[in-house]
Design a protein around this ligand. Structure first.
Ligand code: BGP
Length: 449
């Protein structure tokens, strides 16, 4: 069977500033929360050089063009534009993204710009980061500079990448900066991220910007470990916690009621000021960006300490197909997830803003990376996209994570995702088998199934 895709479907791949750019002290960039984090004692790696995309973007865009990318998703480092988080603009920082965007356009690659992919200017982190409501206005000030500067050239915009990861990594698990483990703070941070997003969307519309604006979420489809009622309840709670807590404010301007009530009772958070929910409601997105990697299977946790994410526990499925990093490969989950969102909130446009497979790449003696597993992972997910389209779920584009090998936030340079390989000793680039396959697929725009 031949699975064909719409002619204007945008096929591409993604990166994020801190993970790919390197050049952390170049051209007046300010320090970010991640620069600080990776230079704490006993860190084994950092993004100081990484892929050095900042200095090699031309070569990288040439390679992206060679593998037929129609679009490229990247993020802007806030601290390159505002080294102190706000106030004075660093023109050289803007110049880099000017060059990048112009080079993409010259190669017929549609830029998709994410305003914030976790690398908060350190000056703002010292003011309290997203916990400080003032940072919301700093974000709007920063967004305005980019909207003004790239008006007409960038047509696809995302405000924030994965607020859930920022909240969980930074404020619940204490694994990302600022290394906090505090539910009251976490819930407040989530609310401020939503406000920042909503205010940027409002500004985008007031400025009559051409193009589309959305947010990138990482909702996760959740399966109960059994048919027992307690596991079904646990799965519902887990979906609220991982997914709906972030989807509902974006698509409906509200928080899931049961969880909101519990959080306000237990943690006295989030504090919602009068008018906040109207701001969220008023910010209609043009699309929802979805990063999809895996599903979760959860069971009731009999040993719960009573915290909101403690009444369920993640379990491993007996016959599940897991990556070397323990992420379950479950392509159907993409279809299940988008169907569920559409069922809950009505029809909306989607972009799959990240999807990909991280593992230890092996380099053959001839220097090639024959990454059949990654190729198959991507292929399987593209088949699910087709299934969505057939079912009336409007996906407009798909981005492989990642365009090129880069730093994995908490796994360093071992866990690879790229369509393009980077030798991190020499910084030489080469296209992997998955990259060649993806290029052919894009040229054909169909999959033989
Ligand atoms: C997403 C992030 C990406 C990327 C990806 C892979 O959550 O948006 O920035 O890191 O996950 O994650 P990891 O590198 O931890 O395997």
């Amino acid at each position: 069977m031949k699975l064909e895709f719409p002619k204007d479907f945008l096929w591409g791949s993604a990166t994020a500033s801190y993970q790919v750019e390197g050049a952390v002290n170049q051209d007046g960039k300010g320090m970010t929360s991640w620069d600080k984090y990776y230079h704490m004692p006993n860190r084994k790696y950092n993004g100081d050089v990484s892929t050095d995309h900042y200095n090699r973007y031309k070569e990288d865009i040439k390679l992206l063009s060679e593998i037929n990318q129609k679009t490229y998703r990247f993020s802007v480092s806030w601290a390159r534009i505002f080294p102190n988080g706000s106030g004075e603009i660093n023109e050289k920082g803007l110049q880099f993204y000017d060059n990048l965007v112009d080079e993409l356009l010259a190669n017929n690659i549609e830029p998709n710009l994410t305003l914030y992919h976790w690398d908060m200017p350190l000056a703002l982190m010292y003011k309290g980061g997203w916990l400080n409501r003032e940072v919301v206005d700093n974000f709007v000030e920063y967004s305005k500079v980019l909207f003004t500067h790239f008006r007409g050239r960038v047509k696809l915009w995302s405000t924030i990448n994965e607020p859930a990861s920022e909240v969980m990594g930074g404020y619940i698990q204490g694994a990302h900066p600022p290394l906090r483990k505090n539910y009251t703070e976490a819930l407040q941070v989530a609310h401020h991220l939503n406000l920042a997003h909503a205010k940027a969307v409002k500004l985008f519309n007031e400025m009559n910007m051409e193009g589309e604006i959305g947010i990138v979420l990482n909702p996760i489809p959740i399966h109960p470990a059994s048919n027992k009622e307690e596991d079904i309840i646990a799965a519902k709670r887990a979906y609220d916690f991982y997914s709906d807590w972030y989807i509902a404010p974006i698509l409906a301007g509200k928080y899931p009621e049961i969880m909101l009530e519990e959080c306000q009772k237990k943690y006295n958070s989030p504090k919602i000021e009068p008018g906040d929910m109207e701001i969220l409601k008023g910010a209609k997105v043009d699309y929802l960006g979805v990063n999809y990697y895996m599903r979760r299977v959860v069971a009731n946790n009999p040993d719960s300490t009573g915290n909101i994410d403690d009444c369920f526990k993640n379990v491993r499925v007996k016959d599940g197909n897991y990556t070397e990093w323990g992420w379950e490969i479950y392509p159907e989950g993409l279809y299940e997830l988008l169907s569920r969102i559409q069922k809950d909130y009505g029809k909306i446009d989607f972009y799959i803003t990240e999807n990909g497979m991280g593992f230890y790449d092996k380099v053959e003696s001839n220097g090639q990376v024959v990454d059949d597993d990654r190729l198959d992972y991507i292929r399987q997910h593209i088949i699910q996209i087709h299934r969505c389209l057939e079912d009336g779920i409007n996906i407009k584009g798909y981005y492989v994570w990642s365009a090129i090998d880069l730093l994995s936030w908490t796994n360093g340079f071992e866990k690879r995702y790229g369509l393009i390989r980077v030798d991190f000793d020499t910084l030489e680039r080469s296209i992997k088998k998955s990259g060649r396959w993806y290029a052919d697929f894009i040229a054909n725009n169909y999959i033989e199934y």
